[in-house]
Design a protein around this ligand. Structure first.
Ligand SMILES: *Cc1c(COP(=O)(O)O)cnc(C)c1O
Length: 396
């Protein structure tokens, strides 16, 4: 869908300092070669299957379906992957690519620590050294993931600039990459940043929709009516949408974090509240203040707490191929509890945003309709925070 320079309509591109151009050109050339290389794809498939535990299940949520008296609901269980989320798909792909390129060191940004842990995991598996940039505020909030990354052999660098959160960690990782291109690959965690990252990450995550399509055709002998996924930068959603984009009967819905509501400053809903801008090397929609500065964003879900959206999503929104809906903290927490009680599956609070919208939608449909919800990750990491949200205090 992207052209040579990585444009998605008016979005995307490469808005980066000249010093980084060589790095992204080298990466693009390597990727263009390896994406069609039989041995590379075979090796990646082995890693997906033997290490990450793919294919992930497409589970028929019968109790939820009965309870809602509407559409048939299936869950794509990315929460069952090794390390507990979809992030491992992208990270295994990029780590393998880095290795083929002769790089010996991975760097990554992380917010809640999920992408950092996945990158540290792949680095350990492939014998690469690993440095993860994480906002100082986030290292405090996610101490367990900092421990895990160090346990896996990674160095965690606490970023003190700006608000000490995810966007600052991304900026710092780009800065580091600029100064050390020869031996280092920047393993970016979502479908964002300058070309070719949005395309590379989407391709590695597209295994999700490739599997959904084969699995649903086998079970139902037809395509789903809806595919619903949560959107931070947008990688699990792009991966879930990709193989359905040309199937016009399949409606694609991305669920953004509305936080305390899209009419409050405490939100991370980029499509609902953002404007066109340029940040982190790409043109897309971003939450901004009146001066065009990136606004501080908020969500109960650290994985959706990013002030922008990947450029391909911005394009799918522009051409109305996908729609994007805001879901509040309160709605997501309700869905987190609902799925736990109804199906015995504790979803990541990020994924609960998609579950929440699916619950609303399913009630308006009939048993003829099929909804697939991507459960991007598991919810163990969120239990303490949700308990706190409900006024309970548990020891982590
Ligand atoms: C990181 C993360 C997300 C958000 O990232 P996307 O790139 O939008 O997919 C969603 N769910 C989980 C479980 C995550 O770890």
């Amino acid at each position: 869908m992207s052209n040579q320079s990585g444009r998605f309509g008016i979005h995307g591109g490469q808005y980066i300092p000249e010093t980084l151009m060589n790095a992204v050109i080298e990466l693009e050339q390597a990727y263009n070669f390896y994406k069609n290389d039989k041995a590379f794809n075979h090796e990646l498939e082995q890693l997906f299957n033997e290490y990450a535990g793919r294919p992930s299940r497409l589970y028929y949520a019968s109790r939820m379906t009965e309870d809602l008296h509407g559409a048939k609901i299936y869950l794509k269980r990315e929460d069952l992957n090794h390390t507990g989320a979809h992030k491992i798909n992208n990270v295994l792909g990029q780590a393998l690519l880095a290795k083929k390129m002769g790089k010996t060191r991975l760097i990554a940004e992380t917010g809640a620590g999920q992408h950092g842990v996945a990158t540290a995991t792949a680095a350990a598996l492939m014998g690469l050294s690993c440095v993860v940039f994480m906002g100082e505020e986030d290292t405090r909030r996610q101490a367990l993931n900092v421990y895990k990354m160090r346990l896996l052999g990674a160095e965690v660098i606490s970023v003190k600039t700006g608000t000490g959160t995810l966007k600052d960690a991304v900026s710092e990782a780009f800065r580091e990459w600029t100064s050390r291109i020869a031996d280092t690959h920047y393993c970016l965690g979502s479908v964002m940043g300058p070309h070719p990252f949005p395309t590379i990450v989407r391709d590695f995550q597209s295994v999700i929709s490739r599997e959904i399509k084969a699995q649903i055709l086998q079970r139902e002998n037809k395509l789903p009516d809806y595919v619903i996924a949560c959107v931070g930068g947008g990688s699990n959603a792009m991966g879930s949408f990709w193989h359905f984009i040309n199937d016009k009967s399949v409606k694609l819905i991305g669920c953004e974090a509305a936080g305390r509501g899209i009419n409050t400053p405490e939100t991370a809903a980029t499509i609902a509240t953002g404007r066109l801008g340029i940040f982190h090397g790409m043109k897309s929609y971003f939450c901004q203040d009146n001066y065009g500065q990136i606004a501080p964003v908020y969500s109960i879900s650290a994985g959706l707490d990013y002030p922008g959206i990947g450029p391909e999503h911005a394009y799918l929104h522009d051409i109305k191929r996908a729609s994007y809906v805001p879901v509040t903290d309160e709605e997501a927490v309700n869905a987190f509890e609902y799925l736990s009680r109804t199906e015995g599956i504790i979803p990541a609070i990020e994924s609960a945003h998609a579950v929440s919208h699916a619950i609303k939608l399913a009630k308006t449909l009939s048993r003829e309709n099929i909804i697939v919800i991507t459960i991007s990750g598991r919810g163990d990491k969120d239990c303490a925070a949700i308990a706190r949200y409900r006024g309970e205090n548990i020891n982590e």
